[in-house]
Structures are given as structure tokens and as C-alpha cells.
Design a protein around this ligand. Structure first.
Ligand code: KQY
Length: 366
């Protein structure tokens, strides 16, 4: 099997030019309350925001096709693709570009964030087919990877560096007896990279077992934005300090030290009894309870052509005071882009955020 690296393919940074963005329409009622209607509203808001900057494709089941087509802006392309849920970052391909600018993509095996050991639902067979379908639609070369890795478990700088967290990438519930050496080889071979930076734990309560895209991301070569907590009583306090220490001790693929930028954690957010009561009861592993903390983070944003599409959590009676501070950080770090904040509590209730529900397709050369 030829790997992408052998074939001259690599994953570009998210800030490089995009041909567009892929998303999946939410509908499963055990993850999205009230038959997914509030979540659908939030996904429409995200798709509409992104569509002002680049083309958006929404993948939708046959059951929901007419509804999604009706409520989404006309500029959004709607295609019928069957899925088990709506996390394009994780079940979609990680798009690559070849040396000649040709489009390719990694089709990572997917096991619902843990398979039969703590995975969030069963079955996940339709999700596992999504990457192949996207690459088929785009007539792009497909590279099926040997190991389970989700798109939310990786960030790249487009210059040879991959950022991951041990809690997720070395988790036994993804791959059998994974070693650091084996996972580094797979990440480098399939992302066309040469260096891996390992963080430790992800954001506490993250039901993905610590996806890096909820904790930290590259914002430029050699610069990582980290979700930061100053409250010693909060479990994220130690996590953010450990991540910062590891980043400051690291070098990237080009030998540069890493500059760490901090963005505040949102004010702690919890499921309400009303929100939990809107979920269908099923034997799935999602198990939401009123009072449980959610893994809220401003780092979970999408970099579009000319804009940052970031979550906001205030409003609707939830009084989260950190939105303005987060906007200030993003404005400083992305001077050439509009900062568009979209209310995202309904997405967070499903266990992820804006980065998790989007997947960028880089602009190819041919
Ligand atoms: O954060 C993500 N990348 C996905 C979260 C999935 C949660 C499923 N309920």
C-alpha cells in the first residue's frame, strides 16, 4: 500500500486557501435534543456564516433532504450521504494535496470514539463510509489508513508538524496496544508530516477522550493557541499548564520553538434538566445527566477563507462573560480575517463544537 507521504501528498494548514467546507446535517434524537430541531438551527447558522466566505457542502440523509434543502441558504450544496451522526471533522476525510496540487484524502477507520470500549454509539458503519464518499464525489485519491484516528484528534501546521494528545491518540479504545512509535509513523505517513508534538490530557469531560481540537490549535507556523484556565479548583487548570509546558519544551518540524498564546476557557457550562429531558433515551453510551459539565472551548473554531467562525456561549440566559475576551484574542491573532462568532450551545450539547462539525477542503492546483 502506498502511503500519502510516499505518493507526495500532505495535509495543508487550515489557514491555507480552501475550495470549500463540508458538514453533516444533525438528526439523531439521542444526541440532539427535541428531534434535533435546535441543533439544525445552529448548523444552519454555522453553514450560513461559512458560506459567506467559501462554498459549503452539507451531507444529509434521504429522510432529511427536503427539510435541509429548504432551510439552508441556496448557496449551500446539499448532497445525500447516509451517516450515523453529524461530525464531519471526525468521520470525513482529512483532505491532502499532492505535489502537483492534486486533491487526495485520508480515510481514517472510525469507531465512534472508542468502539465497544466506551464508544458513543453503535453501529458506526455509515460514518465509517463517509470519507470514501466525499473523496468519490470529488474524484480524489483515497488513502485508507491502517489505524483509527479522528480528524479532531490532529492539527497540522502545513509545514511538517502534527499536534496530538496522548489521552486520545494512544487510547486503547481506538487501536489495540498502540505505541507512540507506531502512531507517530502512521501520522507522519498519512499526513505527509515529519514531526509530532505530543500534548498529554485533553479538556476534562470531553467525550472524545481528549481531542486536541478542543484544547489547542496552530494559528500560524510556530504559534499554538491554548485554551487556558486560571482557577486552581478547576480540573482544566493542571491540563492547561501541562500542555503549555510541553509546548514550550517542543520544537516544530522546522526546528522552531513554539510560541504559546492563551485563550480563556468559557465560564463553566452544565447540562440543564430541561436540555437532558429533550433527548431520546437509547442504549447509546452518551449518557447525559443534568448538572454534568460540558467540555466548552473557544479553540474549537473553523478557519475559513477570510474569516474565523468561532463559538459563542453567552446569551439565551446563560450569561457567559468570556465571549468578549475570546473575540479579542482571535482578533489579535487573525488580523486579516473577520471574526464571526456563532451561538454554539446547541452544538456543545451534542458533545463537540464548530471545528468538530466542519471539514475544510484545500484549494488544489489542478
Ligand atoms: O468533538 C468531536 N469531534 C465530536 C464529538 C462527538 C460527540 C458525539 N456525541
Amino acid at each position: 500500500m502506498t502511503t500519502p507521504r510516499e505518493a507526495g501528498f500532505a495535509m495543508p494548514a487550515e489557514w491555507a486557501g480552501h475550495a470549500g467546507c463540508w458538514m453533516i446535517w444533525p438528526e439523531r434524537p439521542d444526541n440532539w435534543r427535541l428531534g434535533a430541531k435546535p441543533a439544525q438551527g445552529a448548523f444552519v447558522a454555522v453553514a450560513s456564516a461559512i458560506a459567506r466566505y467559501e462554498p459549503v457542502t452539507m451531507m444529509v440523509s434521504a429522510r432529511q433532504f427536503e427539510n435541509a434543502r429548504t432551510v439552508l441558504p441556496e448557496a449551500v450544496r446539499v448532497v445525500e450521504v447516509s451517516t450515523n451522526d453529524s461530525w464531519a471533522r471526525d468521520v470525513g476525510c482529512s483532505f491532502l494535496l499532492g505535489r502537483d496540487g492534486k486533491l487526495g484524502g485520508v480515510d481514517w477507520p472510525f469507531n465512534a470514539w472508542g468502539g465497544l470500549i466506551g464508544g458513543l454509539y453503535f453501529p458506526w458503519d455509515l460514518d465509517d463510509q463517509v470519507a470514501a464518499k466525499m473523496l468519490g464525489i470529488e474524484r480524489a485519491r483515497r488513502f485508507r489508513a491502517p489505524n483509527v484516528v479522528e480528524g479532531g484528534a490532529i492539527h497540522v501546521d502545513g509545514e511538517g508538524t502534527v499536534l496530538v494528545a496522548e489521552q486520545c491518540v494512544l487510547n486503547e479504545n481506538r487501536n489495540e496496544n498502540p505505541t507512540r512509535q507506531e502512531m507517530e509513523r502512521v501520522l507522519k505517513d498519512y499526513l505527509g508530516a515529519s514531526h509530532v508534538i505530543w500534548l498529554g490530557q485533553g479538556v476534562p469531560e470531553d467525550e472524545t477522550d481528549g481531542h486536541v481540537d478542543n484544547l489547542a490549535c496552530f494559528v500560524a507556523p510556530g504559534v499554538v493557541l491554548l485554551t487556558w484556565c486560571d482557577d486552581p479548583a478547576d480540573p482544566h487548570y493542571a491540563v492547561s499548564r501541562d500542555a503549555e509546558a510541553r509546548l514550550l519544551a517542543a520544537r516544530d518540524a522546522k526546528g522552531r520553538p513554539i510560541k504559546v498564546e492563551r485563550i480563556p476557557m468559557p465560564t463553566p457550562m452544565f447540562y440543564t434538566a430541561e436540555e437532558v429531558s429533550g433527548l431520546d433515551a437509547t442504549p447509546s453510551g452518551m449518557n447525559r445527566r443534568a448538572g454534568d459539565r460540558m467540555a466548552a472551548s473557544y479553540v474549537n473554531f473553523y478557519i475559513a477563507n477570510g474569516a474565523i467562525i468561532a463559538p459563542s456561549f453567552g446569551g439565551g440566559g446563560f450569561g457567559v462573560e468570556t465571549d468578549a475576551a475570546a473575540r479579542d484574542v482571535l482578533t489579535r491573532l487573525f488580523p486579516g480575517r473577520d471574526i464571526v462568532m456563532v451561538p454554539a450551545r446547541e452544538i456543545l450539547l451534542g458533545g463537540g463544537n464548530i471545528h468538530c462539525i466542519t471539514q475544510q477542503q484545500p484549494k488544489g492546483g489542478t
